[in-house]
Design a protein around this ligand. Structure first.
Ligand code: NI
Length: 170
């Protein structure tokens, strides 16, 4: 297993949508293990393959305290969205920034598991929000896109500056 590098906003590679996964070979299984390890190490509650510069429609999520209940979504599809609520979101690709975002309260989705088996899932609360956030990643969308241009620019400038400073010292 290996830790993967998470791309940070405003890296343009985060904008490349993931492509549909069609084979469930060893490469995909290893990628899922590495994504889980990376998410747990940061730590985070969700990670999309596009965040680690792999343009495949794969998402891992784990909301459990013990970090032992991973949810793997391959080629996830939103079937239904219901209600609306605002809650504070962050993102591993936008480190250090948390903003209030509107999402649907409940969602039902379909996806394939890591063995390629089809399933449907109904989610509410944090899981519903997390699923919507991660599926956005697969489409090249980040939570900062829902903010005002002013707020988004401020975050982009701060993260850009941080990246340049890091590049200078390393
Ligand atoms: Ni994110």
């Amino acid at each position: 297993m290996a830790l993967l590098t998470v791309l940070n906003y405003p890296d343009s590679r985060l904008r490349i949508p993931g492509v549909t996964v069609e084979s469930f070979d060893k490469g995909v299984k290893t990628l899922i293990e590495d994504m889980l390890e990376t998410m747990y190490a940061v730590p985070g509650i969700g990670l999309a393959a596009t965040q680690v510069n792999i343009q495949k429609r794969i998402v891992v999520i784990d909301l459990s305290v013990e970090k032992n209940q991973p949810i793997v979504l391959i080629n996830p599809c939103i079937l239904d969205l219901e209600g609306q609520e605002e809650s504070e979101e962050g993102c591993l690709s936008v480190p250090g920034f948390y903003e209030k975002i509107q999402r649907a309260t409940r969602t039902s989705i379909s996806a394939l598991d890591r063995n390629g088996k089809f399933f449907e899932l109904e989610a509410s609360g944090l899981l519903a929000i997390c699923i919507q956030h991660e599926i956005d990643h697969l489409n090249g969308i980040l939570f900062v896109d829902y903010l005002s241009a002013l707020k988004r620019d401020r975050i982009r400038k701060k993260l850009g500056k941080r990246a340049r400073n890091a590049a200078r010292v390393s």
